[in-house]
Ligand binder design. Structure first.
Ligand code: HEM
Length: 392
């Protein structure tokens, strides 16, 4: 009955759904990639899908995202949250889950002024510096203890450091072991604010993996670091603005591997987008992964080329709809000012202090650059790379 009802509405085009399961059989465990494939096959930048009984609409082009997130943002700014996430009871206090009303606005304002304002971030810069030096020491100890040629699990090392950076920024200090365990348990249950740690470590892992397969980019970024940072062991937040190539590497990594590839929204009213009807209650997915690789917007969209960002005014603020790794509109990433600092600090310092190589067996097969999402963000095959300390 539902499918019959759908056929009488002007829903966006899409693959034909089966009774009961809808289009679920056409999605694999990397749904952003399978949805991009389906959208291309059906020439549907705005595409309807049935996820079982749930109607979803996926926006996969810059223009569809612009219309949804700019023109219709007020009507689709609610989050589509699964029952599994609600079960923990954290949603009533989560900026990520709350509908766009008073409580959500109050919490966003509180975070923006008390945690992520330029003044607050400047006040906690020294604490983040300490957390980065802990990361560098750990990698250095690993290399010394295991001998030349011992590979580090880059994502795991970066994740531990990112949690340290977040804890220091938010609680002005490190977490003791018991508190860290408690926070981890809450994260697993609630996927709250601290997924900020995973998004950051995923970005570091993907950046290093891309650079290890692009020797000329690796050389350029390390030469830039040497000339700007010199003999200092790690980079400071004040160095970031003088490192345009490092910034381009981070942008290109986030273009190709956005850690939040499919932010879920829900239509709170029936709206028209690109001449199609999006009924109230529809799950609206913005396929950031597909948008950032749009062939009309980017030359050789699947290729890692940091140079494409040099001398261009494209930033993370979500004004250019072909590049929205932090989303855009009223639900845009709240942690952007902190994430920006964390990613550049950690990646820049790891590249400045160590030269990196891939283990022989990985060189032979190449790095699998597919991204896994879900409880743990990382590459499907986690990146292991061999660090060697650089002595200036
Ligand atoms: C590289 C790092 C990060 C990336 C690429 C990223 C990206 C995103 C994206 C795409 C969204 C959804 C935006 C939308 O729906 O339009 C989001 C939401 C959010 N992010 Fe981030 N994020 C990162 C790091 C962080 C960090 C470090 C924090 C906090 C410590 C954070 C806190 C949040 C919150 C609270 C939301 C929900 C906002 C809302 O629904 O109102 N993020 N992020």
């Amino acid at each position: 009955l539902q499918l019959f009802h759908d056929s009488r509405r002007r829903l966006p085009p899409g693959p034909r759904p089966l009774p009961l399961i809808g289009n679920l059989h056409q999605l694999d465990r990397l749904p952003h990639r399978s949805m991009a494939r389906l959208a291309a096959r059906h020439r549907a930048p705005l595409m309807s899908l049935r996820l079982g009984a749930v109607l979803a609409v996926v926006a996969s082009s810059p223009s569809a995202a612009r219309e949804a997130l700019q023109r219709r943002n007020a009507d689709i700014a609610a989050r589509s949250i699964g029952d599994s996430m609600r079960a923990g009871g954290h949603c009533d206090n989560s900026v990520l889950c709350l509908p766009p009303r008073r409580r959500w606005r109050a919490l966003r304002r509180l975070c923006a002024t008390e945690l992520f304002s330029p003044q607050r971030l400047a006040a906690t810069a020294a604490l983040r510096r300490e957390a980065v030096s802990v990361l560098l020491r750990r990698v250095s100890d690993h290399a010394a203890a295991r001998g030349a040629g011992a590979a580090v699990d880059v994502g795991a090392a970066a994740h531990a450091a990112a949690l340290g950076l977040l804890a220091r920024t938010m609680f002005s200090g490190d977490l003791d072991a018991a508190a860290a365990r408690e926070v981890s348990a809450i994260v697993d249950e609630a996927s709250d604010l601290f997924t900020g740690g995973e998004t950051t470590s995923h970005t570091i892992e993907c950046a290093l993996a891309e650079l290890l397969q692009s020797p000329s980019s690796m050389r350029k970024v390390q030469e830039e670091l040497e000339s700007v940072v010199g003999t200092k062991e790690q980079i400071d937040e004040s160095d970031i603005s003088n490192l345009p190539y490092l910034q381009a590497v981070v942008k290109e990594t986030l273009r190709l591997h956005p850690p939040v590839p499919l932010p879920p929204y829900e239509a709170e009213a029936t709206v028209e987008i690109q001449g199609c009807t999006i009924p109230k209650g529809t799950k609206v997915l913005i396929n950031i992964w597909a948008i950032n690789r749009c062939p009309e917007a980017w030359i050789e969209p699947d290729k890692f080329m940091p140079e494409r960002f040099l001398g261009r005014e494209i930033n993370f603020m979500g004004r250019d709809f072909q590049f929205i790794p932090f989303g855009t509109g009223r639900r845009m990433c709240l942690g952007l000012p902190l994430a920006y600092r964390m990613v550049h600090l950690m990646l820049g310092s790891l590249l400045h202090r160590f030269s990196w190589t891939l283990p022989a067996e990985v060189v032979k097969n190449g790095v699998d650059m597919r991204e896994r999402f879900g409880l743990a963000l990382s590459l499907v095959v986690p990146l292991h790379a061999i660090p060697q300390e650089i002595h200036y």
